[in-house]
Every structure is written in C-alpha cells, then in structure tokens.
Design a protein around this ligand. Structure first.
Ligand SMILES: Nc1ncnc2c1ncn2[C@@H]1O[C@H](COP(=O)(O)OP(=O)(O)OP(=O)(O)O)[C@@H](O)[C@H]1O
Ligand SMILES: [Mg+2]
Length: 294
C-alpha cells in the first residue's frame, strides 16, 4: 500500500466508528532506530512547589516524527508536555529541572526568550480555544503580535488554513466569528493558528478528546499531513489513536513515594509504536496496554 507521498504504509489498527476509512501511518522500516532528535529531554524533573510531578525523563523527539505520550491519569503527561515549550512558566509554582534541548540549545537557558520558544514550539489544547474574534483574525493574531514580517496577511491566512485542512470550509466566511464553527473545525482553526507563526514543533494535549469520531479522523489525517513539515508530540488517552498516528510512543506511569505518598511520574518505556504495542519490554507497559491497569 502506498500513501500520497509514496511512502510505504501499513495499517495496524483500523478505525472504529461509522463509515470512516482506515487510517495508517508509515511503516517502521522507514523510521531510523534512534530518533533524530530536534527536541530532547535530559533528566527532566518538573515540580509544582515541593511536589515532584515528573522525574528523570530522558526522551528524544524525532524530526518529522509523531511521538505519543501515553499513560494513566496523573502520571504527568501534560506536565511534561508543557515543559517542552516553557508553558509551565505560566503555571504558579511550576519549576523544571534538567535540560530541554531544542536544536541543541537549552530552552531554559538564561538568554532564551520564552515567547520565541513558544512560537517555534506551538501548542494545541484539549478543548478548542479560539479567540473571540473572526476566523481571519484568529490566524492573523499571532503573526501580528509577534511582529512577523508578512508580505500578504491574506496569503498567510489562506496558507495556514489550507495546511490545517480548513480553507475549503471557511474561505467564504473569514469574517465570521470563530465561535460559529463546529468543535472539530475550531480545533483545526487552533492548529492553523499555531501553524501561522511558522513553528517547528507542534505539541498537542489530547486534541481529539472533545471531538466526535469523524472530527477525530480528520485531525488524525491532518497530523499525518503535518508531520511532513513539523515535528509533533501528542498526549493521548486513546491507545488506538496512539497506535494509529504515532511513529514512536512513550509510556509513563506514576509511583508512590513511600514517605509522603506523593505520586511521581516516570518514563517507563519508549520505542517505535509497533514495538511498544506488540512487544513491550516492561511488564508495566504490557499491563497498561492490555488494559490490566490504568
Ligand atoms: N497546576 C498544578 N499545580 C499543582 N499540581 C499540579 C498542577 N497540574 C498538575 N498537577 C499535578 O501533577 C501531576 C501530574 O498531572 P498532569 O496533569 O501532568 O497528569 P496527566 O498525565 O496529564 O493526567 P491526565 O491524563 O488526567 O490529563 C498530578 O498529580 C496533578 O495533580
Ligand atoms: Mg493531561
């Protein structure tokens, strides 16, 4: 089976849901054994005050790959994701230790501009959160406030909406409120808004959990398109979704501190998605993916 880019693909988990086509991701054979890391965690701990939510994470996110972060609720997936673009800076009491390297540079370095980090490493949230503005202005907002040099804002808006597979549906109503769109359209608008400032990496925290199955398929298809240009990290609770979209998967769990009882998240296992789902090497991964835990 050959997909649009001529890559050999294999379908591993067919979509559930009515009348939807089987999605697929590139075959493992096309993935290097080790990710070519554009973004990398080195011994990352994240604290909220004195509470250590995540500890000791070493993880490489491969260029033009989709990496899924999975694991039971509370194991620190969102916390870790937010540490990848300094979104935790905006959370009271949050603190990151260790290093997060982007293109070889520590994003927590003293000379690094957090706003620029968040432009190059964008984020899409669980619940679509368009601004209370027109569709057009949602896209134009980022380029305007970041002072991007733009030859034609109209072209930029069209390009971002096209890349987010939304242009055809909204091109005749760009001045309408973003709130007039369906949930799935709003989420694609949020993706377009992220793309508009020309990021390298897109972080997604359960981007489909508020969407119906058809809208979910559209976002998953879109992710396959986007990985040609961007590196994607997705947190998902849906293991079928991880299996459908991700090149590699990282499984996290939490362990309880014997003294305090605090539950701290750790990375248990990281590998190609097929390996994680078909031949996990850690019993905790096996238990989780087979539904015995979490
Ligand atoms: N702003 C915060 N302040 C204090 N503690 C927090 C904060 N956000 C998260 N935590 C705690 O950090 C731990 C990890 O939470 P996080 O939201 O990262 O988990 P998660 O794996 O994303 O869970 P879920 O799957 O439910 O979204 C939890 O114990 C949570 O209570
Ligand atoms: Mg979360």
């Amino acid at each position: 089976m050959i997909d649009r880019a001529g890559e050999k693909i294999e379908s591993i988990v067919p979509h559930e849901g009515p009348g939807v086509r089987i999605n697929a991701r590139p075959a493992d054979g096309f993935l290097p054994d080790e990710p070519r890391g554009i973004l990398q965690c080195e011994n990352v701990d994240v604290y909220y005050g004195s509470f250590r939510a995540v500890t000791g994470v070493d993880l490489k996110f491969g260029l033009h790959e989709i990496t899924a972060l999975i694991g039971p609720s509370g194991c620190g997936k969102s916390t870790l994701l937010r540490s990848l673009n300094r979104m935790n800076d905006l959370v009271d009491g949050a603190r990151v230790e260790g290093r997060v390297l982007f293109d070889g540079e520590d994003i927590y370095g003293s000379k690094v501009d957090a706003i620029e980090v968040r432009r190059r490493i964008g984020m899409v949230f669980q619940k679509p959160n368009p601004f209370p503005k027109s569709i057009y202005d949602n896209i134009a907002y980022g380029p305007r406030v970041t002072g991007m040099r733009v030859d034609s804002m109209d072209d930029l808006v069209e390009e971002a909406l096209t890349k987010a597979a939304l242009w055809g549906e909204v091109k005749d109503k760009l001045k309408q409120s973003a709130y007039s769109l369906s949930g799935g359209q709003q989420q694609r608008l949020c993706i377009a808004r992220t793309i508009a400032v020309k990021p390298d990496v897109i972080l997604m925290d359960e981007p489909c959990s508020a969407l119906d199955p058809i809208a979910t398929v559209r976002i998953e298809d879109l992710m396959h398109e986007l990985r040609r240009e961007y590196t994607i990290v997705i947190v998902t609770h849906n293991m079928q979704q991880a299996a459908r979209v991700a090149d590699r998967t990282a499984f996290f769990t939490a362990f309880a501190d014997e003294g305090t009882g605090d539950r701290t998240g750790v990375l248990v296992e990281f590998g190609k998605t097929t390996q994680i789902f078909e031949h996990p090497t850690d019993q905790r991964t096996e238990d989780y993916i087979s539904g015995r835990f979490g």
